[in-house]
Design a protein around this ligand. Structure first.
Ligand SMILES: Nc1ncnc2c1ncn2[C@@H]1O[C@H](COP(=O)(O)OP(=O)(O)OP(=O)(O)O)[C@@H](O)[C@H]1O
Length: 292
């Protein structure tokens, strides 16, 4: 079990600032989603966490020690990138697995073989002959069987079909309960991964838009649907983060809680109050509608 501290992190690529003033801390095991729109900085954050890049400001520490140029930490972190990016070493699947066995102190070869079988990956196959989905699945095998205390999957699902993705999610949950560790998961399939996540790091244009437990985040959003004028009265003075009109019916998405008075007004006027999905909430929080 490890502690991950991201402290006022900044990453610039020349004139582009990809991450600004990002701070959060993960104590102990859990599955944390790293979510955000294209270009929001997810892969940049991972590249600093995995010590592939040096931060241009602030720091990342694992168990209190910096990650960059620190061999003690490098072996404890495993970053699995999207399809094809992780498995360039070796000619065949077997060689990629053997290399992982050398690099990863906690590698479980039997589990790797079992997973490869589940994903239909032949260990005799040449890496370049694998389909895109199977290359992604091989990334999943390397990440799960490596059992690194900090394991990061960066859009590793790309190209994987629905049954393979479900196998990935099931294995992730099973691993997490049998051998708790810290997983970071970036995905654009938010509602698909939402049930796995305990916490979310939400990035918006390189900034930290939210760092929260999923249940708390979900508790913040409520949709209010009914006759336009009544809805307007109920949400007045609240933070409305999205709106939709359908004829005389209006749906307002509120970020925040409705007090008892507003709830009673809604009940009396047949106004429907509903939860938001994590995906809806995140779409609103990252301003997709306004920008679109
Ligand atoms: N090597 C690089 N050189 C210059 N700019 C870069 C580089 N890598 C990323 N960026 C820029 O940094 C910002 C963040 O990109 P990043 O790839 O971290 O986003 P992301 O959230 O992973 O996006 P996506 O969801 O599309 O994968 C973007 O503006 C991007 O153009």
């Amino acid at each position: 079990m490890i502690t991950v501290e991201v402290d006022r992190l900044e990453l610039r690529y020349g004139a582009t600032t990809a991450l600004r003033d990002i701070s959060f801390r993960l104590d102990g095991p859990g599955i944390c989603g790293v979510l955000g729109r294209n270009g929001s900085g997810k892969s940049s954050l991972f590249s600093v966490l995995a010590a592939f890049r040096r931060a241009t400001g602030g720091e990342v520490r694992i168990d209190g020690e910096p990650v960059f140029e620190n061999p003690r930490n490098t072996r404890r972190i495993c970053l699995i990138r999207e399809a094809g990016d992780t498995v360039e070493s070796g000619d065949r699947v077997r060689e990629a697995l053997n290399l992982a066995a050398e690099l990863r102190p906690d590698w479980d070869a039997d589990y790797a073989a079992e997973l490869a079988d589940k994903f239909g990956i032949s260990t005799r196959k040449r890496l370049r002959e694998l389909s895109r989905g199977r290359r992604s699945a091989l990334g999943v095998v390397l990440g799960l069987a490596g059992r690194a205390p900090l394991t990061i999957f960066d859009e590793t699902y790309l190209g994987m079909d629905a049954p393979s993705r479900m196998t990935f999610y099931d294995e992730l949950i099973a691993e997490q309960s049998a051998r708790p560790r810290t997983f970071l998961l970036a995905s654009h399939l938010i509602d698909e991964v939402a049930p796995l996540l305990e916490r979310v790091v939400l990035l918006d244009d390189g900034r930290l838009a939210a760092f929260e437990e999923v249940d708390e985040l979900l508790g913040r959003g409520v949709s209010v649907t009914g006759p336009a004028e009544v809805v307007a009265g109920i949400v007045e003075g609240l933070q409305v983060i999205g709106e939709r009109a359908l004829g005389q019916t209006r749906q307002a998405v509120v970020y925040g809680e409705l007090d008892a008075g507003r709830r009673a007004a809604a009940a009396a006027a047949n106004v429907e109050l509903g939860p938001l999905s994590l995906q809806e909430l995140i779409i609103h929080l990252t301003g997709a509608e306004e920008r679109a």
